[in-house]
Unconditional design. Sequence first.
Length: 218
Amino acid sequence: MTKKWFIPLLYIIIGYFIYQYGEGVAQWIQSDGHEYVSLTMIAATMFSLFPIIPYPIIGGITGASYGPVLGSFVVWFGSAAASILMFLFVRYGYHDWGVKMITRYKALHRITVLFEKNAFFTLLITRLIPVIPSIIINCYAAISRVRFWPYAIASSAGKVPSMILFATIGTLVTTDPGQLLYVILVYGLFLAIFFVLYRTFKRRAERTLHHKQASYPN
């Protein structure tokens, strides 16, 4: 009972402070945050858990403050850590809440078919191509049989390109805005390639499922 109440209370308290002081924290990251990398990583995690400010904006601010390399790492850490915390939250305390979240997603059958084919690759590619809301992926993985480490690795690896994009854009806005178009075009090409892979994998998974169902006796 204590666990059931403690974790939501903790989330409410953190969410309240992020809501109240989120803009101030974002300004601190932009001005003085580069001197306190560890604190900025914690702040990035909180902003990812409670996105009162869109995370791409946080990524851009961090990139402008830290540069593209360290900035990318900081925003990636925050996003990956938040996803892992949500996974643990659902799996080890709030399974029913996770089920309610995913049942609201009408296109759930898409991720179900892909998970049955290859859970690790599904996690990786859905992170690379954000066709499914992040919270749905977190909750679905948590209530499935996928183990923690495969989830953590695939989910975190899939977040790398978009986090690099956010931080790079933030850096270029303040240093060389003329390069932004090239960065966006390269990332768009990257997404297009992986979207084709996603569609191909999805069709194959659906055909495999259809064949299995057809082979069952009536």
